[in-house]
Write a protein that binds this ligand. Sequence first.
Ligand code: NAP
Ligand code: GFB
Length: 313
Amino acid sequence: MKFLITGGSGLIGSALRDYVRRLEKTDDEWIFLTSKDCNLLNVDEVYMTFDLFKPDYIIHLAAEVGGLFKNMNEKVKMLENNVLMNFNVLKIAHELNIQNVMCCLSTCIFPDKVEYPIGESALHNGPPHNSNYAYAYAKRLLDIHCRVYREQFNRNYFCIIPTNVYGPYDNYNLQDGHVIPALIHQCYLAKQNNTPFYVKGTGSPLRQFIYSGDIAKCIYHLICNYNDSKPVILSVSEKDEIPIGEVAKLIAKAMDYDNIEFQPQYADGQYKKTVNNDYLLSLMPDDFQFTPIQQGIKESVQWFCDNYTNARL
Ligand code: NAP
Ligand code: GFB
């Protein structure tokens, strides 16, 4: 099989690249694209690239991605770039008769007022949280776009729904990054300058964090074994939900620098978005285990310290 991965240089794309490189099974071909290889906002580039490689399976990870504060401050870009990239990828995939496309949503797109834990079927049952509705509706449209191609042309276009992901190769930008990479960078600078390790908000919101290496394992298992079209939540269990304040303490411990100072003047965003991962666990092998967050954060901090000069800052 020939697999083409959009977003191949990102957090999840890099984890998948590292995972398939370690596989014994080597007869598949893997093409990991960056935005320099193909700007997905440009439909002609998408056509030329997909036509050049003629993949059997596209894993569409590329997106305009960011943490709470980028979502709040750049709504137009989060909506327009995601809608346009997703539209071009599915339209050209179908035009070039590419039968399989796995697309990537996010648990933050589920309704904000909902019964917990949230299951896959709740995706369109009400408005998302106000902090990220632009990104959320762009992603919901992607789910609908997959559905119409399934129903009208029997295409195997479907979606995975990861919860908050973290790990090596993340986006450590202090303004645009997600909470774990932003705090790893924040703590690193605080230690260097012997200043407080600032944590935005109250630290009380709850999140489920999954290690990028585990997401890579789930994606590989699904592309090899999943024959249904129902979206699949990729998350650790509800019992592993953790307050942001505890995450900050784990980062401080891993960085061996403990001078945390909360900044309640900043937004907390959604209080929680607890999801149920029973469906994923029913699909994964019995011996599949999630990386404990203590270990995942330790490895992520080590990777950042070892790769600071070429990390995305
Ligand atoms: P990321 O680290 O921010 O990487 C984004 C990727 O998209 C990069 O490879 C980037 O290429 C590519 N990209 C951006 N704009 C592009 C364009 N115009 N044309 C082509 N490629 C473009 O993202 P990630 O965290 O791995 O996220 C992967 C997927 O998971 C996304 O669909 C995201 O919505 C979803 N997701 C992420 C999280 C999370 O916590 N990170 C949680 C849930 C869902 P360059 O490197 O060349 O810029
Ligand atoms: O990962 P994050 O930015 O996004 O986490 P969401 C936000 C939580 O971490 C909030 C706190 O409660 C923030 O107050 N926080 C503390 C920080 N310090 C920082 C910091 O320095 N940077 C950041 N970013 N947060 C996102 C969605 O929601 O979830 C995205 O907006 C995406 O679209 C992502 O889906 C997975 O978990 O709130």
